[in-house]
Design a protein around this ligand. Structure first.
Ligand SMILES: *Cc1c(COP(=O)(O)O)cnc(C)c1O
Length: 484
């Protein structure tokens, strides 16, 4: 399998190169030149790691099978406590795909437990001996998952930047207490967009690149623009489907719908990739919070990022520029020239508009919707009262939107974070008093619901904080250069 940029089809690269480079030289995202077909029957009964290795192999063709099997075994083994790909029946025809049983309690672990192994092996495949310096701008979950994935990985340094007042207290502590000899964490003044813009500016700074190259260091990204983050995510769509077939909830070959709480459009795009590989995916429902750029885009074909930015109770979906949508536009027939034009318009004017034919093709596979904080809170309360199912605010947003978009097929909602990452918001939604301290809130949430807080989150209370630095976005370059 070879990979090209969404903005020009020249210069095909191997999967190792796509993973090491992250972004194509023309600023586009790497996409596979075609979609391999998966033989569903032959995948039945496989363990999660074995299924992952089989599907990864179809895309990562320059990696050895034995390497992929070992890597998947380590990534999805003890760290997931036997709950990788866990599917829970919520009520008739409605399921939660719980993706937060990994080490950092959010779905990002699926990609970021594996991706460091893919990167190290890719460097080996390419004979690349440079140090990789990873810069991550995070609204909360990516930062922690990347720190945990890359900690003490040889040949890699990682620096994470989060908005000073943009994460939950638990998310902040997860990062400020991070262990490892190759990690650094900084709070950045402003919101997520300021941190992200600051990091992007450093990536585009030739002087920084030159100074680092002189020391044998190359910058890289762990954000979901890297193809290495996308491919591990299609595995759990297959796993969920095969689980439903095994339970007799759907006959082999019949469609299942999925609803995905969406920010950067990476997770839901992986579902569309699974569909291209032959998985019977019916409708992909894209759920947004009040920052509903995508819901509006599916309605009108206009991507309008110039709008007010809202801080919500689902911070990992507080995003106005969904980078991975570029890949879908390319695959569904936007020519590389057209994609490059839209992305230029987005950068220059904050908006672009696609044609009606392309919009119609998108709508064949996708539906969009949104739920504001109050609706997500009401959904948390109702789901718990009706089904004894406890959802975090991101997952609840998707449940709300899913229920407005039922087709009669089974509906699987991707549950992307543990409710104990946001104990205050969840308690409030349940109509309970909210203690000031987040750890008291965690205990209250356990008492109120009978659910158990993940040990990794409860343990944060007694872990020493290692990182307390606050910087301005303009100082990110100094951090990259080791001057701060
Ligand atoms: C990152 C994240 C999302 C959004 O996923 P995308 O791939 O960016 O669309 C949703 N929920 C949670 C909890 C997340 O951490």
């Amino acid at each position: 399998m070879q990979y090209c940029s969404t903005r020009s089809e020249k210069g095909l690269v191997s999967s190792s190169e796509a993973i090491v480079r992250g972004l194509a030289p023309d600023g586009g995202l790497y996409v596979p030149a075609g979609f391999p077909k998966a033989e569903l029957e032959s995948l039945q009964g496989l363990s999660y790691p074995a299924l992952a290795a089989r599907l990864l192999k179809l895309f990562l063709t320059d990696y050895e099978s034995a390497f992929l099997e070992a890597a998947a075994g380590e990534a999805y083994g003890p760290g997931f406590g036997g709950k990788a790909g866990r599917l829970v029946r919520v009520e008739d025809g409605l399921y939660a795909l719980e993706l937060w049983h990994g080490p950092t309690c959010a779905f990002k672990d699926y990609a970021l437990q594996l991706m460091p192994k893919l990167l190290v092996e890719a460097k080996k495949n390419l004979g690349d001996t440079e140090t990789t310096l990873i810069l991550v701008a995070t609204s909360g979950d990516t930062g922690k998952a990347a720190l945990e994935g890359y900690r003490d990985v040889p040949g890699v340094e990682i620096r994470v930047f989060y908005p000073n007042d943009g994460t939950s207290e638990i998310q902040r502590l997860q990062m400020s207490t991070q262990e490892g000899g190759n990690v650094g964490v900084w709070a950045v003044e402003g919101n997520f967009d300021s941190a992200q813009t600051g990091v992007k500016r450093v990536f585009a700074d030739a002087a920084v690149a030159e100074a680092l190259a002189g020391r044998g260091v190359r910058l890289s990204s762990a954000n979901s623009i890297n193809f290495g983050r996308l491919v591990p995510q299609l595995v759990y769509y297959f796993h969920a489907y095969l689980s439903l077939v095994r339970e007799g909830a759907v006959p082999m070959g019949e469609a299942v719908d999925f609803c995905v709480p969406t920010g950067n459009f990476g997770d839901i795009l992986a579902g569309w990739y699974a569909k291209q590989m032959g998985l019977p995916v019916g409708r992909l429902v894209c759920a947004s919070n009040r920052n509903k750029v995508l819901a509006d885009f599916f309605d009108t074909g206009v991507y309008e990022a110039r709008r007010e930015f809202y801080k919500t109770t689902s911070p990992s979906m507080d995003i106005l520029v969904s980078s991975n949508l570029e890949r879908l536009l390319y695959h569904l027939g936007g020519s590389p020239e057209a994609v490059a034009g839209w992305m230029q318009a987005l950068a220059a004017e904050g908006r672009y508009k696609i044609g009606t034919e392309l919009l119609a093709r998108i709508r064949r596979d996708f539906a969009g919707g949104f739920a504001a904080d109050e609706e997500a809170a009401a959904e948390i309360k109702e789901l718990f009262a009706r089904c004894r199912y406890l959802a975090d605010p991101h997952t609840a947003t998707a449940f709300r939107v899913a229920q407005r978009n039922r087709t009669g097929a089974p509906m699987v909602v991707l549950s992307t974070a543990s409710p104990f990452k946001f104990p205050g918001s969840v308690l409030e939604a349940l109509g309970q008093a909210v203690p000031e301290n987040e750890f008291d809130a965690m205990i209250r949430l356990e008492e109120a619901t009978g659910a158990k807080a993940p040990a990794a989150l409860a343990a944060l209370q007694t872990k020493p904080e290692r990182f307390a630095g606050v910087i301005r976005p303009a100082e990110i370059a100094a951090v990259a250069l080791g001057e701060r």
